[in-house]
Design a protein around this ligand. Structure first.
Ligand SMILES: [Zn+2]
Length: 113
């Protein structure tokens, strides 16, 4: 979430404020619809370009070393109920036998749960 609203497209005023789904400019009275939040946020895609969502099931496509341990997440490991987060490792998940860890979306592939 960000507090920064886009400037008014009519007069470029930065005093815009939000009223329900509409943005309103107090200077020229222009009202417009802001892009849906789902379009505004960074989309997380898997290794083949599928858009990932919270709760998806993914399969790991390569062996991944677990930072700070000797464990390896094996290729083909199925991970259920992923949670998307900000950052370098953009998937937060719980891996059977290993526990909570972060994965990079480029190393997973969305799969049917
Ligand atoms: Zn305006």
């Amino acid at each position: 979430m960000t507090d920064t609203l886009p400037p008014c497209p009519e007069c470029a005023s930065t005093l815009t404020y939000q009223m329900d789904a509409l943005l309103t400019c107090p200077e020229c009275g222009h009202e417009w619809e802001q892009a849906a939040p789902s379009d505004a946020v960074h989309k997380v895609r898997d290794s083949v370009g599928n858009v990932l969502r919270d709760g998806d099931t993914v399969t790991v496509i390569k062996d991944l070393k677990v930072k700070g341990s000797s464990s390896v997440v094996k290729v083909g490991t199925k991970v259920r109920g992923i949670r998307l987060v900000e950052g370098d490792h953009d998937i937060d998940c719980k891996i059977p036998g290993i526990g909570q860890m972060g994965l990079k979306s480029e190393f997973v592939k969305k799969t049917a749960s």
